[in-house]
Design a protein around this ligand. Sequence first.
Ligand SMILES: Cc1cc2nc3c(=O)[nH]c(=O)nc-3n(C[C@H](O)[C@H](O)[C@H](O)COP(=O)(O)OP(=O)(O)OC[C@H]3O[C@@H](n4cnc5c(N)ncnc54)[C@H](O)[C@@H]3O)c2cc1C
Length: 410
Amino acid sequence: MASSAPAATTPRIAIIGAGPGGLVLARLLHLASIPFSLYEAEPSRTSREQGGSLDLHEESGQLALHAAGLHSEWKKIARSEGEDMRVADKHGKIFMEEVDSQGGGRPEVDRIQLRALLLDSLPEGMIQWGHKVRSISPSSDGDGKHEVHIETASGPRTETFDLVVGADGAWSKVRPLLSDTKPHYSTISCLDTRIRSVDTLHPVISKLVGQGAYFAFSDRRGLVAQRNGDGSIRTYIMLQKPETWLKEVGVDWSDAHAAKNFMLDQEYKDWNEELKSLIAHANPDIVPRSLYMLPTDFSWTSKPGLTLLGDAAHLMTPFAGEGVNMAMVDALDLSKAIAKAGSEGENTTLFDAIKAFEESMLERSHEKMEETWRNLELFFRPDAPKEFVQAFEEMMAAHGPPPEVPKAYS
Ligand SMILES: Cc1cc2nc3c(=O)[nH]c(=O)nc-3n(C[C@H](O)[C@H](O)[C@H](O)COP(=O)(O)OP(=O)(O)OC[C@H]3O[C@@H](n4cnc5c(N)ncnc54)[C@H](O)[C@@H]3O)c2cc1C
């Protein structure tokens, strides 16, 4: 369902995907009274567990929330104490520590809460749940129009649009129309684990992780533990392994007992006991993931009627905490480009506006993709985390604290 009937000259816009990027774009277009259709493959807002905690940066994620009129609501759920962090090695030797660092400008929010904030900011019925886009093809009408082929519970449907926005994540259906490049394996395999009620059931782990995050890296392995707002601790058990390792190593990852024993006896055997307790006490719902990425210089030649944002445009691993932030600020910039092309007295065509958006988005994202890749390499060196900490200190000395929010938003 479109948000309202488009006027004769209004472009028909489709947003594919209701992740953070698609939702921010929807909210901003809705505020600007620009109609669109938003298709989401998942059947409902509650159909998937939403993952861990995210820090939103002032210059990107928070900027988008300001423009969306949601910053003050977000502040009520943001946790400044979540900024605390420690970086250690497998012996628990601390290499870097930032505690009681409230006010660093990057508070944490649980992904589920951020998603609820964005979903609740849109009128009921605006998201078409259970609408999985199967494919997209150029329309015979020309002019950059595209047909979007959608699978729904009541059968297949095809709709034609002037602009199709791929906000559909890592395995975007829109990206192949712009580029032949596919995401490649990042070298990192991961088990996503949770320990619930940690304060009451596991006070030692609670103290170890504190209010924020605890990163331990050594020997091409890592444990990244982060406190979530619901009293649980999420630990990503991360290993640098070949692409097929998770499938071929001979462990049934759905058997939590077997998965934990394998990690404790084989991969993390010589790690200190406190760190090993993050694995030993993981609850049974363990999710294996292989992390993929796009090349750090990924780009495409702009084509009328199509664009990408977020992971669809610049999939990266989580090692700089930029993915969500980039998706949200992309959505902010794209909403401005669409509004600019549609405003009275403005000579910019929609294609020109999108092209300019893509140029600046790609420049920004290349920088973050390179930083992310650099961090991955430093975290997974045999002598980690020594060189990561050195590189971080050098970067802070060279660049100082993060940039301020532009005055218009403060
Ligand atoms: C383990 C892990 C930890 C992470 N930690 C962080 C972190 O700490 N900080 C950070 O900033 N980032 C983190 N990220 C990255 C972050 O999750 C992504 O960058 C972010 O979610 C991208 O948002 P998006 O809207 O572009 O895409 P997504 O969040 O992937 O949303 C895409 C949406 O499109 C829908 N969709 C997909 N295909 C179709 C289709 N064919 N038809 C209709 N709908 C479709 C999907 O169901 C989904 O809802 C992490 C990622 C992983 C894997």
